[in-house]
Each structure stands twice: as C-alpha cells, then as structure tokens.
Design a protein around this ligand. Structure first.
Ligand code: ATP
Ligand code: MG
Length: 344
C-alpha cells in the first residue's frame, strides 16, 4: 500500500530533484553539444526544427531521413553523424554496461499492489505498455492514475517526472485528477500543472504532437507518455478496404516514434488500444475479441495487457504478451481515488 503523505511532506513532493539525477542526465546528450564539436549552429537549429533535440535522437534517424530536412546536404549529414557518434556511444557495450543501463529503468506504481506485482513492480520506463480490452474496463482510468503516480518520488514507487497526455478520444478528465492526487497526498493543482495535455483530431495531428514532444522532453524530466487511444484516429481516417496497407504503414511510423521516445528519454509509454470482433476466435468463446492494429501493433508493444470487467467495480488484467512476465492475472478496482486493490 502506498502511504498517504502528511501535508508538509506533500509540499516537498513536487518534482524534487533526485540525488541521482546527475547520473540520469548522462542518458541523453543535448544536440547543442554538436556546436562545440564543430557543427554550425544554424544546422543544429535545422535539426531542432525537425524535432531532433538530442544526439541520441539523431542517431535514431536514417541518413535518408536526415537529408530530407531542408538545408541539410548529404555531406553535412555525414559530418553531423560523425560528430554525434563521438558524443554518444551507439556501438557495442558490454553485458555489464547493458545491465547498468537497465538499472535506469524505473517502475511506476499503478495504484494497485496486485497489478504492480503482476507487472513486476509497475509500468516500466523505456518500454511501451499497451492496454486493450472492452469498453469501461479501466484503460482510461489507469491512464489518469498513472498521471498522478508518475509524479511521486521514486522512493514512493513513482517516477519523479512530468507527464504528457495525447487524447484521441476526448476522454481525459482533469477533474478526475483531483481526487486521485488527494488520495496520494499530493497537491492537485501542482499535479495538474505537471501534465501537458493535447487533444488530437487526426492521425497526422497525433504524429505531429509526438514530434513536438522531443523539445519538451529534452528540457525537463518526463517519465510518462500516454496515448489514449493509439488506434482510434487511424480507424477513422482510413476507412476504405484498399487503405489498410497505407494505414498500417502510417501506424508503424507512429509506433516507431513512440519506441524512440521511450528509449531516448527513459519514459514509460502507456497506450490504449481498442478491441475488434474476432470471427476466428473459436466457437467455444461466446464473444471472441482481439486487439486492433494487427501485427504492426503487436510487435511495437513491449508489454500487452488485456483488461476485462469483473463483478461490480472490479476489473481483471491479464498479461497477454510480455518478454519476461508470466501469463497471469490480477484483479483490481476502480475507485474515486483511481486504480486500487480490489476489496473482496
Ligand atoms: P473505453 O474502451 O470505452 O475507452 P475504458 O477501458 O477506457 O473504456 P474507463 O473509462 O477507464 O474505461 O473506465 C470506466 C469505468 O470507470 C466506469 O465503469 C466507471 O464505473 C469507472 N469510474 C469512472 N470514474 C469513477 C469514479 N470516480 N469512481 C469509481 N469508478 C469510476
Ligand atoms: Mg477509454
């Protein structure tokens, strides 16, 4: 259980500097460093205008992508990449260094002990967690709870960071944040101030909002990015049968962007997905459903969770696919204070 904080402790809670914050900053190197490595400031600005704010982010783009940026010739791109490679090591590292890097991964509490246990401690940074399931199964409520718990200090199983929220369905409710913040003993106004929110209306808008995030995330410590839902606009914007291939290609592009954000900034990405009827689900299942988005989405998510309704306000979460978690279930409950353990 998460202890409720006393008022004076809570006032110190708002994104207090962590002791080990210096170590974390080594995780990404600002693109400005290229200037001292001999790259001209105008070219660095062109990269920033294209949404690239760190050397790590730069190395996640192909040269073809980079030469597509107006004003950057192939020769310039080569010079930029060469300089960036000297700043960030993107080659082989030892297994021990890989272990050290994994240690920077933080797990953020969901508000329910049993759900946290199922997830190996909570929602993981540097990874994409996908939640799919029937309507009212708690996907958006978990998003709201994470908006608050991410801001808790790490010794309280939070992420000590800000939150970005991309809402494609218009279901974000800032007033819901208030009782959840109170439940965790935090100042609701400060919690709301640490959430950057955008409503997306088209899949292109959704993609552009992601591009804009790099500038914010390289300037301040973010620990969570919510996309609720990841697929809704793609299903609206591409309706024709003949458009499926294009839809999947654009979806893949957007998911690749999400993966890069997660790894570049050590951010937990929590995305929700819709379910569709699965006629191939078998005659023994009364209402067979499967997640939307096909293989493209299946491969992008690090951890896939299936939500369903239980009795009353109870909800059940099942690990559907995860590299290092057993396929088990947890029961939780939706309360006025957000996601919590189920009361029998
Ligand atoms: P959809 O697929 O429609 O987006 P969802 O999985 O996102 O569904 P949520 O919106 O997370 O569903 O969950 C809705 C449920 O949360 C409702 O059943 C409602 O009972 C419960 N709920 C919402 N607010 C509260 C509250 N303040 N107190 C208790 N339960 C609440
Ligand atoms: Mg929802």
């Amino acid at each position: 259980m998460i202890a409720t904080l006393k008022a004076e402790e809570a006032s110190q809670l708002q994104l207090v500097e962590r002791e080990d914050i210096d170590d974390e900053e080594d995780l990404f190197e600002s693109i400005d460093k290229l200037i001292s490595a001999g790259i001209n400031a105008g070219d660095v600005k062109k990269l920033q205008d294209a949404g690239i704010y760190t050397c790590n982010g730069l190395m996640m783009h192909t040269k073809k992508n980079l030469t597509g940026i107006k004003g950057l010739s192939e020769a310039k791109v080569d010079k930029i990449c060469e300089a960036a490679e000297k700043i960030v090591n993107f080659g082989y590292i030892t297994g021990s260094d890989a272990l050290l890097r994994r240690k920077s991964v933080i797990r953020i509490t969901t508000g329910s002990q049993s759900l946290d246990e199922l997830l190996g401690g909570g929602i993981e940074t540097s990874a994409i967690t996908e939640a799919f399931g029937e309507f009212r199964s708690g996907k958006t409520q978990l998003a709201h709870t994470l908006c608050v718990s991410t801001q808790l200090p790490t010794n309280m199983r939070g992420g000590n960071g800000k939150v970005a929220y991309i809402d494609t369905e218009g279901t974000f409710r800032p007033d819901r944040i208030i009782p959840i913040a109170e439940r965790f003993g935090m100042d609701p106004a400060a919690v709301l101030d640490n959430i950057v929110y955008a409503r997306a209306y088209t899949y292109e808008h959704q993609y552009n909002l992601l591009l804009g995030l790099a500038a914010k995330m390289s300037g301040e410590q973010f620990r969570l990015l919510i996309v609720d839902s990841v697929i809704a606009l793609f299903r609206v914007d591409f309706t024709g049968r003949g458009e499926l291939a294009e839809r999947q290609q654009k979806l893949a592009q957007m998911l690749s962007r999400l993966t890069k954000i997660a790894e570049e900034f050590n951010v937990a990405v929590y995305m929700t997905n819709q379910v569709i009827a699965d006629p191939g689900g078998g005659v023994f299942i009364s209402d067979p459903k499967k997640p939307a988005g096909g293989h493209v989405l299946a491969h992008a998510a690090t951890i896939r969770l299936m939500f369903r309704k239980g009795k009353g306000e109870q909800r059940v979460c099942k690990v559907f696919d995860a590299p290092n978690l057993p396929e088990a279930e947890a029961v939780f409950q939706i309360t006025p204070g957000g996601i919590a353990d189920a009361k029998d």
